[in-house]
Design a binder for this molecule. Structure first.
Ligand code: Z5A
Ligand code: MG
Length: 218
């Protein structure tokens, strides 16, 4: 699909911006700060988060993450993916309307966490094919040990140091030309200023007609 079909009545399309990184790397804090500062400057932006725990699929995911339900590794992988697919048309509609989305985790978390359990990487990527590709992936880079020191590792599955180390390796294997790796060990305000500049540039590129694409881009 061409970028033209993402513009209605001359409206310039929004950008799909994804924040990724290990647990406690600061994604949620930075998403909130970005949306607050960019909307304060008049940019139409919305904060999104995957998993979206409000849907029926999201409730199953939430029960799994809090160990209230047990699911086969492939089953939970497909549920995480379905949780994105159920939002695909809304994502596209928002972008067409000129709204930029700042998304806390996306397909890269989906693939990295499942592949870290030992599932085949290509198998993990397959259900994500055809979802909107982010215009920019901001990877909040932090050593797993340092992230763990931030505390707040709760009782959810995956919140364990050795597992996070495996996830970090997988994230690195997924990086492509749309990624910007940012040092997430810096103070919160410094990280925010770096991210804000990158996001503003991406929004401007999209307004100027940057082509829209789908996962997985070459
Ligand atoms: N998962 C999956 O398996 N498959 C999928 O497809 C998807 C997800 C989408 C839940 O995700 C789990 O789902 C997750 C991946 C898996 N696994 N785990 N574990 P989640 O997004 O709901 O996880 P969360 O618990 O809400 O957030 P988080 O990622 O663990 O944390 P964060 O958002 O990156 O960090 P934060 O909440 O912004 O900050 C953490 C603390 O650090 C907080 O006290 C901050 O004040 C502090 N902080 C933040 N930045 C800084 C800096 N720069 N300096 C010092 N302190 C800081
Ligand atoms: Mg978070």
């Amino acid at each position: 699909m061409s970028m033209q079909s993402y513009c209605t009545g001359g409206t310039k399309r929004g950008a799909l911006i994804v924040l990724e990184g290990l647990d406690r790397s600061g994604k949620s804090s930075q998403c909130a700060k970005l949306v607050s500062s960019l909307s304060g400057q008049g940019f139409p932006v919305e904060a999104w988060h995957f998993p979206d725990r409000t849907t029926d699929v999201g409730k199953m995911i939430s029960a799994y993450l809090s160990s209230k339900a047990d699911l086969d590794d492939r089953t939970i992988h497909l549920l995480f993916s379905a949780n994105r697919w159920e939002k695909k048309s809304l994502i596209e509609a928002k972008l067409k309307d000129g709204i930029s989305l700042i998304v806390d985790r996306y397909s890269y978390s989906g693939v990295a966490f499942s592949a870290a359990k030992g599932l085949d990487l290509s198998w993990c990527k397959a259900p994500e094919v055809g979802l909107p590709a982010p215009d920019l992936v901001l990877y909040l880079d932090i050593p797993p040990e340092k992230a763990a020191e931030r505390g707040g590792y709760g009782g959810e599955r995956y919140e364990k140091l050795n597992f996070q180390k495996e996830v970090a390796k997988l994230f690195k294997a997924l990086q492509d030309s749309n990624w910007q790796v940012v040092d997430a060990s810096l103070p919160i305000e410094d990280v925010h200023n770096i991210l804000k500049e990158l996001v503003q540039k991406s929004i401007t590129d999209c307004q100027r007609g940057k082509e829209f694409s789908f996962l997985w881009p070459a």
